[in-house]
Write a protein that binds this ligand. Sequence first.
Ligand code: P53
Length: 491
Amino acid sequence: MNKFPENFFWGGATAANQLEGGWDANGKGVSTADCCTQGSLNQPRLVTFKTKEGEIRAEEMFHFDAPEGAEFGCFDNYVYPTHRAVDFFTHYKEDIALFAEMGFKMFRFSINWTRIFPLGDEILPNEKGLQFYDDVLDELAKYNIEPLVTLSHFETPVGLVNKWGAWKDQRTIECFERYVATVGERYKGKINYWLTFNELNGIESGPWGAAGLPMTDKQIIANAAKNQLVASAKAVQLLHEIDPDNKIGNMTAFGVGYPNTSNPKDVFKTWQKYNESYWCGDVQVRGYYPSFKLKEYKREGIDLFLTNEEQETLKNGTVDFITFSYYMTNNVSSDPQVIEDSAGNFMGGVKNPYLKASEWGWQIDPIGLRIALNYMYDRYQLPIMVVENGLGARDKLEDNGTCHDSYRIDYLKEHICEMSKAIEEDGVELLGYTAWGCIDIVSASTGEMDKRYGFIYVNYQDNGLGKGERYRKDSFNWYKKVIETNGEVLG
Ligand code: P53
């Protein structure tokens, strides 16, 4: 029934800060993610800092304005889940062996910039940090698992934040270039698939996570986004120069929306809403800003200060393939009386009566993935990878070490099925699928351990129990079968 191309990249995806732990091991520096506390569904994660006056404070991660002169860092009496995460730092051999047992063809992970350049602006890299990824890559090579490496996954060095405001300042572009050149040279021939910035379009609703910006100022966010887009284009050029076999992609948080009613005003607003998913990809694929974004900036009195040189860089650094994350859909309404009652962080909207939602309120919509794939392919005509998709749920570990996560199997099965239709019936050129959090990791939005996505249960719990033992969930065996049959048998 389901037809996937030969050599389809089945696999899983993670991010260093949510996976590795070892946050200060072997000279690693502090990243923006390391300053985020543990939250929950009802309690936002906080970012911690010291004020000029020496007071230690914490503000909500998704939306805050820090006082002038704030120094970001980690302090006693706060819990920072990335510091241990799930300790892939020491468990990587065991974990990669489990990925291999499932038959993974691809593993998406990020390089933690602060392992390589602890403060961000050093001239020489930290050799021990580089060595860790050599080890990880050798382990993957043993099993013929192709690495897909994100260069920046919400992991800006805090050194750069404290020094000059991270991505607000153009000097960060040079530091990033040095980092990219370093890892590009070091891992030449070992990594061929790269992603520049994770969910670059998330910068407007999550400026701290995406760019180390402790503020909500739209002018600053627009310029930081431009700096990242320029840095992304430079990374593409650099990696192509280092190895012509390198393929570099972008990464977008894709949010599908439906008009809440057939009122043309709702339809139009929905159409407009899609621009939030498109604008960064437009720059990264086409090499220039889309007119709707330039008009929006103008309307809001924002100056992009886009130089000829920057325009040239954007033009010469377009990506080879595109990728996106897909979790949910929401409805869009133009009626101010209609309450936005559907969750999903910056993807929030109005509830859809035809859809069920996860415990965190993220609406489950497999057909939305087929729509997303078609929208992306029609717009860009480039090969695609779905690099994040999955269900965050509370799993129960049974006494005998099993975990019956049939709800996760259902979620993934239905999404993979829609993906196969996008390939077979719609002609979308899909290269691969890496399920998010293939091993349980710390949640990015809430910092919880109990919001799990994995095929592999990691026994660390928010109540402090567990020693990090790994267990195969029912979905582990199911996914193994999916890969074995190249998606023919979805069970
Ligand atoms: P968690 C919001 C909406 C959609 C995707 O999220 C998002 C976010 C930001 O949290 O981010 C991606 O762990 C992100 C991953 C993250 C994953 O979604 O909050 O790239 O780092 O873990 C899932 O359930």
